[in-house]
Design a protein around this ligand. Sequence first.
Ligand SMILES: Cc1ncc(COP(=O)(O)O)c(C=O)c1O
Length: 399
Amino acid sequence: MTRIPHETSGEPNPLNALGLDRLRRRSSMKWRTYPEDVLPLWVAEMDVPLAEPVVRAVTEAMELGDTGYPAGSAYAEALAAFAGKRWDWHGLAVERTAIVPDVMLGVVEMLKLVTGHGDPVVVNSPVYPPFHDFVRHLGRRVAEAPLGADARIDLDVLQDTFRRATAHGGRAAFLLCSPHNPTGTVHTAEELTAVAALAERYGVRVVADEIHAPLVVGDTRFVPFLSVPGGERGLSLMSASKAWNLAGLKAAVAVAGPGAAEDLARMPEEVGHGPSHVGILAHTAALRDGTAWLDALLAGLDANRRLLAGLLADRMPAVRYRPGDATYLAWLDCRALGLGDDPAQVFLDHGRVALTSGLPFGTGGAGHARLNLAASAEVLTEAVRRMAAAVEETGAVGG
Ligand SMILES: Cc1ncc(COP(=O)(O)O)c(C=O)c1O
């Protein structure tokens, strides 16, 4: 693998670049949902300045008045080149891609292609809450195949869920989260190969949400689902939005394996009218020229994972936290604190710190909270201080 080691990027850690005063001037969801006295470590936005190539691309577009409709395949080409360099995957064929408005709307469109009304969609709970919400909104049924206690896909449970999902006919899909939100689990080639074999055996179509793929740290390797043996009939959604903090600049890429090209070709042309042209320019610049910035971010996230683990061990030893190898999300098992099913509510009410409640993540979410560690060391330290103080204030056990 030719990946550039994170440490050599030479860029400063973007997570320590902005102070709270500056961040509070932002008008996005992370900063405007709660009052000013609440420290927000919830929704997946990062407290970073943008990568310079992204700023340049968007500024140039503004200067040119280049704010019309999107054209061309530059985004998919930049993604294919990034996949080749970063993951040693050379199978992303631009002719088997389509631009979609964002990852979740792309997921919806892919599920429309491979399932019908009322059909089951298997998910590995606890999982990113919109997996439940969008599937239901689409008129499909969520079938949970909970992760194992080690936060990895339990292949026996998955097989059983596939068997039940397909027992009465209809078409079933597996909405794979890879890497997994909220646990940060990076699925191995062996696991994904086994998933592909099970999917083939039961006639289940795999739609892989790979939005967190660039956010894999250290020596762990991200394996694209479409690259594993048997993954040819898969569909994937990729985007620069999480790794470069571009959620407000809407765009994503749907990628079909060779055996799914005909499915993707059935996607209505008008879906491609949804993404923002400026978004596509920004995402393309990120993938093409933003890898040094990304490497600096990954090094910063690595440091934050260690910092969080240390802070929790010190201040709240009863909280179980297993740092994952991807994403900037920390999944905290707070059950031993005795705060009930929704510890995030207690941290908010008593500590004025906003985490994401574990409950909407589905089975396995009760007693858990998700913490967004894409913040400065100072903010993370203050967040844990507030959480520990909240536990003390409520008189709960095991703080
Ligand atoms: C797994 C996963 N998929 C999709 C999204 C949202 O992506 P988009 O804004 O492109 O729909 C997120 C956001 O955090 C996510 O974690």
